[in-house]
Design a protein around this ligand. Sequence first.
Ligand SMILES: [Zn+2]
Length: 50
Amino acid sequence: MTVKDPELVAIFQRRVLLKKVCRKCGALNSIRAVKCRRCRSTNLRPKKVK
Ligand SMILES: [Zn+2]
């Protein structure tokens, strides 16, 4: 199945960008993550969404 609706594509791309980056090890975590999945640090920052 191919997504052709531009609105759906935009929503999908926004979801991909909704990540948190660990300031300690740089690992990507889900936006809901409280702790880094790699080093368990709580020092996370949201990835910038344009
Ligand atoms: Zn980390």
